[in-house]
Ligand binder design. Structure first.
Ligand SMILES: Cc1cc2nc3c(=O)[nH]c(=O)nc-3n(C[C@H](O)[C@H](O)[C@H](O)COP(=O)(O)OP(=O)(O)OC[C@H]3O[C@@H](n4cnc5c(N)ncnc54)[C@H](O)[C@@H]3O)c2cc1C
Length: 427
């Protein structure tokens, strides 16, 4: 009996439950990956995420033979079934909206071809559905931490048959390469990251104080179990961040409508201004608020953004410029290397105070945030070097001090009072 194994967001050969499960049942397995043409087409501006994915697949291919094909899920599956003639297809369970839809398609194609479809739970420490429905993070965490399952499972030996199917090197795809991200660095980063100092340093965007493991998690280069085990006992705060990721999946599972609709029902009718000139200034990092513009520049240049900056930038777009969070969500989607549909939507809703958050209105005053989290303006000056000679105090507060820079597009204080009124009416 020959099986095929479809890799998705579990791109590693070790400690992979899906592959381990398949290898216990089959001596011959055909591992494969689909460069889905619909997903590739979606990446309009920036193809660097694909460059990273390519490197991840190259790393995986150095450990086991993986067939890689480009096309729609349907086209590729038909080709694989015709060539490999499997009895079973194994893949991981998906909990994202698009992943669930895709798994439905895969399952129906399997049924049409008489191939048994098997989903294996992976990519989470706790099954999102195993926790009784929670709407708030803290009670979710209390339940989540009790259920964390750290059992590692390495695949048993299996044979990969030689088939007339392409591997990565046969694909002639010209992806932009993405420096300085190398998936092989995930292992060293995990080993050497000072988890003990995480809580103290994680909020300062100028410091390399957060793990930067998000792309490693997003593509499954590292298993969550291996990350949890190393952090355990060294940083409870870090473990709590891993739980945040799973909280958003728990929300998406229980409230699937939140893909498009605000979790906070009363806030589904906010009248976003969506003014084009404000949006344009934001997208071009010309808001006149150095801390905000520095964040937008970091995102565009590095395809990654510090969490504190994601909150500052997101809050500015929604509560100061009064632009719909969905537009911000799309913007992040375009650039983030760690882009995750469920986590991004959950966090954008949270930042816009329309999501799963017991606090009715969160404020990220860009002036106070800059003073507190970038006290020496190291971050601002790193991403906006043309402001290097300006005293930091002035860069923090572009309302009080006129800068030789873009004029602030709006007055924060005036705008935030408009936002407060708007939100109060929808509490
Ligand atoms: C508006 C907004 C959009 C975001 N979009 C994404 C996204 O598309 N993909 C994504 O992975 N994260 C997203 N985040 C969460 C968070 O900013 C990133 O996970 C984090 O900055 C990644 O850096 P790190 O690996 O150094 O994180 P660390 O601080 O080292 O945290 C460790 C891990 O915990 C998880 N984590 C941390 N914070 C959060 C959080 N708030 N929500 C969920 N998981 C978290 C991540 O997997 C992260 O890698 C978003 C946050 C905001 C405010």
């Amino acid at each position: 009996m020959r099986a095929v194994y479809l890799f998705k967001r579990d791109l590693r050969a070790r400690d992979n439950r899906g592959l381990a499960y398949a290898s216990k049942r089959h001596k011959e397995i055909v591992p494969f990956f689909i460069f889905d043409k619909d997903i590739i087409r979606d990446l309009k501006v920036d193809r660097k995420r694909l460059g990273y994915l390519y490197k991840v697949l190259a790393l995986l291919s150095s450990q086991i033979k993986v067939y890689c094909m480009q096309g729609s899920t349907e086209e590729v599956l038909k080709e694989v079934f015709k060539t490999a003639k499997p009895t079973h297809l194994y893949t991981t369970t998906s909990y994202s909206w698009s992943g669930r839809e895709r798994n439905k398609v895969i399952k129906s194609i399997c049924q049409a071809y008489g191939v048994e479809y098997v989903e294996v739970f992976e990519n989470f420490l706790v099954r999102p559905e195993s926790i009784p429905q929670k709407k708030v993070y803290t009670p979710f965490y209390t339940e989540w931490i009790k259920r964390v399952d750290l059992t590692e499972e390495d695949p048993q030996d299996f044979k990969v048959p030689d088939l007339p199917l392409p591997t990565l090197k046969d694909l002639n795809i010209d992806f932009d390469s993405l420096e300085p991200f190398h998936p092989e660095d995930c292992f060293e980063r995990l080993r050497s990251f000072p988890f003990e100092r995480y809580e103290e340093l994680r909020n300062y965007p100028a410091i390399d104080g957060s793990s930067r493991l998000s792309p490693c998690i997003r593509f499954g280069v590292l298993s969550l179990r291996s990350i949890f085990k190393i952090a355990q006992g060294r940083s409870e705060q870090f473990i709590k961040e891993l739980a945040w990721r799973e909280f958003w999946y728990h929300i998406a599972y229980n409230f699937p409508q939140t893909k498009d609709l605000e979790f906070h029902e009363k806030r589904r009718n906010i009248r976003w201004e969506n003014r084009q000139e404000y949006l344009q200034a934001f997208l071009e990092a010309k808001t006149g608020y150095p801390i905000v513009d520095a964040g937008i520049r970091q995102l565009k240049e590095e395809k990654w953004l510090h969490n504190r900056m994601r909150m500052i930038v997101g809050s500015f777009l929604t509560k100061v410029l009064l632009i719909d969070w969905r537009i911000g969500e799309e913007f992040f989607k375009e650039y983030l290397l760690d882009y995750d549909e469920v986590v991004n939507i959950g966090n954008w809703q949270w930042t816009a105070s329309v999501g799963a958050d017991p606090k009715p209105f969160r404020l990220f005053n860009p002036i106070l945030q800059a003073q507190r989290y970038d006290p020496q303006c190291e971050y601002i000056k790193r991403y906006i070097p043309e402001l290097s000679d300006i005293p930091c105090e002035k860069l923090h507060d572009p309302i009080r001090y006129a800068l030789p820079y873009h004029k602030p597009i709006v007055n924060y204080y005036q705008r935030i009072s408009i936002a407060k009124e708007l939100y109060r009416a929808l509490s």
